[in-house]
Design a protein around this ligand. Structure first.
Ligand SMILES: [Zn+2]
Length: 417
């Protein structure tokens, strides 16, 4: 049947002609920032990150976005939709930077005005109100306040929630959660917990789909699954609450049936407060749930998992489970036909094995690349090594003249023994 052959070719050509959706998990340390790239637009979900003497998540986000918009100069530094899942600093730390340096066309927040990341969320919410109030309609930014109680059975969508429509590939965006007006049976602690008011976003691109649950915790996840179970089936699960023990349930994973899971957390070798190390992310139980349910695979890899705060040990994973604290920034291409590329990793510079300075064999010049280490301290480290043998631990290094706790806190995550 000649006609059908021509028709098949025509359809095949058109499916082939649709550029894939790029899905970028930016390594901002402990925190989240996920960039979705379409043929004609972008969505940024969260702009958070870690901030201490070793990691500046905002700088990492900045450099990733600069490289991205250099490559996609056709997008004119425009973010068509900017979602803040909730007002915690690990999700909003770089939000003001994004808002000030890119053309942001639409914004979704849960409308809350308190929480550790309230400063940037409030500034953006206030700026949008001011722009709407002035006499110039051209500078208005679309805004949607996500309220869990308002969302209907198939999820909420609108021209603000789903502003992107490319020539022959139209992504679909639906919301499934947000600020709760009704407690829905949650007790006071659960209800006032900002995590449980996270905006939940599902993005579907043809046959490809992803779900982001922000930092929603178990009790709210149970409500989400109860209300929307049949809507939650996706290919890629952006693992909730940085793979904290309370951010993923088996029921949720069973509703999603994910092929791939990506966790956004910091490298546990950064041993400071408010880090993945301090929280024990990613939690071993969550990684095991994912190992049991994720259908895709990756070449076997030894990874570090947390067993409570500050306690880590290595395990092997061979399912398609990825983590920014393990792999650096991670990106995929998701086809309109539902096929996902292998991930591309962009290792974060100072955490690649080769860039850690081994204090037992580093030269003076190598030691001097460390913060706070000048020629005198570098020479002292080498002299101590020659006189006393190899350093085995932090306390050995602290016995070097000139190396005190403050120097140690600067170099701790940049060295190995
Ligand atoms: Zn978080």
């Amino acid at each position: 049947m000649k006609f059908f052959k021509v028709l098949t070719l025509f359809i095949a050509f058109h499916i082939h002609a649709q550029d894939p959706m790029g899905v970028h998990f930016i390594d901002v340390g402990q925190g989240s920032a996920t960039l979705l790239e379409f043929p004609c637009g972008t969505i940024l979900i969260d702009a958070g990150g870690e901030n201490n003497s070793v990691v500046d998540g905002k700088e990492r986000l900045k450099s990733y976005l600069q490289d991205f918009f250099k490559r996609r100069s056709d997008l004119n530094k425009t973010i068509d939709l900017f979602v803040l899942t909730h007002a915690h600093i690990d999700h909003t730390y770089g939000a003001q930077y994004v808002f000030d340096n890119y053309t942001v066309k639409n914004v979704i927040t849960n409308g809350r005005t308190f929480g550790s990341g309230k400063k940037n969320q409030n500034a953006i919410q206030d700026a949008i109100k001011e722009l709407a109030a002035n006499s110039d309609p051209d500078d208005d930014i679309g805004y949607y306040e996500a309220i869990a109680d308002d969302i209907d059975d198939t999820g909420e969508t609108s021209i603000v929630i789903d502003p992107i429509e490319c020539a022959n590939a139209d992504p679909q965006v639906h919301l499934f959660w947000g600020r709760m007006l009704d407690r829905q049976g949650l007790n006071n602690t659960e209800y006032t917990n900002g995590n449980n008011q996270s905006v939940v976003v599902k993005v579907t691109y043809g046959e490809s789909s992803i779900l982001i649950t922000g930092d929603l915790e178990e009790d709210a996840i149970d409500l989400l699954v109860e209300h929307y179970e049949s809507e939650l089936d996706v290919d890629l699960y952006v693992v909730g609450h940085h793979a904290s023990r309370n951010g993923t349930t088996i029921e949720l994973v069973e509703a999603m049936t994910p092929e791939i899971a990506v966790m956004s957390f910091g490298d546990p070798r950064v041993t400071q407060s408010w880090t993945a190390w301090a929280y024990g992310h990613p939690n071993v139980d969550v990684v095991e749930i994912l190992q049991a349910h994720v259908t895709g695979t990756r070449p076997e890899k030894e990874v570090w998992v947390g067993d409570g705060a500050k306690k880590f040990y290595p395990i092997e994973v061979d399912k398609a489970i990825y983590g920014t604290g393990w792999d650096g920034s991670i990106s995929f291409e998701a086809g309109f036909d539902g096929t996902w590329s292998a991930p591309v990793f962009k290792p974060t510079k100072f955490l690649t094995g080769s860039s850690l300075i081994n204090v037992n064999n580093a030269t003076q010049a190598e030691l001097e690349t460390l913060p706070g280490i000048g020629p005198t301290k570098a020479k002292a480290i080498i002299a101590h090594r020659l006189a006393n043998g190899e350093f085995a631990s932090e306390s050995d290094l602290l016995s070097v003249s000139g190396i005190g706790p403050s120097t140690m806190s600067q170099i701790r995550d940049l060295i190995e023994y």
